[in-house]
Design a binder for this molecule. Structure first.
Ligand SMILES: [Zn+2]
Length: 269
């Protein structure tokens, strides 16, 4: 009995190794620029703030919603400014511009697209956030804080040179599937960065854990952030990939785990 069993085990192990190697060969990341793969952003430790006080929302007016999002922006500024400095880049806060209608102009970034909640315009370093009726009524919905943190994540990508290099990988790529993969890596990184903020301040928010688990289940549509992005299935990564990167960021409370540029392709589908 002894010999066949060992042989069987060896065979099984070889099979595993072979499968692993074969998989790695088809699924490893394409080679990207060092500013994407080895950015010092990934060696900055936990975010700089542990508490965020959300203003109470009672009246359901545009002014109140604005106050709410501006307060969250201040938390984001405090959380990210030491991180960006630690990574060796100059920090500046993004602007927050609120819009009340789809189609309103966003400086050089065209018109606010239907179906989006927020857009980051890198040229003017501004987040455009849509205050539609349902948002005004419920601005403290965790999903909205997360969307704001996601757009802020694009600002962090802008400050650290990631956005510029990502744009080249997206727009100058001859292969459409490679371009889309780079786009998904960009979006999933913003997801991970957003979750690292939410995770960092989580205990101060006094929210039930179900707020986060519901968000994890529903988050499969990172908001398109650059004018060129159209909505095809391949531009938005799968729910499984979104959940993976959100959970990573949330647990680590740090950008260190948000290097989507060296992750195997199967993690960004
Ligand atoms: Zn985005």
């Amino acid at each position: 009995m002894r010999i066949p069993r060992l042989a069987l085990m060896a065979g099984a192990l070889a099979g595993v190794l072979f499968a692993g190697t074969a998989h790695a060969a088809t699924s490893s990341a394409p080679s990207y620029k060092p500013v994407l793969t080895k950015n010092k952003l990934y060696k900055t430790g936990k975010l700089g703030v542990t508490a965020c006080e959300e203003p109470e929302v009672t009246s359901g007016t545009v002014d109140e919603a604005k106050i709410y999002f501006e307060a969250v922006m201040e938390c984001l500024d405090k959380a990210w400014s030491p991180v960006v400095k630690k990574a060796g880049y100059r920090f500046s806060r993004p602007k927050l511009t609120v819009l009340t209608k789809v189609g309103e102009k966003m400086g050089p970034c065209g018109r606010f697209p239907a179906g989006a909640q927020a857009v980051y315009c890198p040229q003017v370093r501004s987040i455009y956030f849509l205050l539609s009726d349902n948002v005004v009524e419920e601005p403290s919905d965790l999903a909205l804080m997360q969307v704001l943190a996601h757009e802020y994540g694009h600002h962090i990508q802008q400050l650290t040179g990631i956005m510029k290099a990502a744009d080249v990988a997206i727009l100058k790529n001859r292969s459409e599937s490679r371009a889309l993969e780079a786009l998904r890596r960009t979006e999933l990184q913003a997801q991970c960065l957003s979750a690292s903020f939410v995770g960092r301040v989580w205990n101060s928010l006094g929210r039930p854990d179900t707020d986060w688990t519901i968000l994890l289940k529903g988050s499969h549509n990172p908001v398109a952030s650059l004018g060129v992005r159209n909505s095809g299935d391949e531009t938005h990564a799968s729910q499984a990939s979104n959940k993976y990167w959100l959970e990573r960021g949330f647990k680590a409370q740090s950008a260190d785990v948000c290097n989507t540029w060296t992750a195997p392709s199967r993690r960004v589908y």
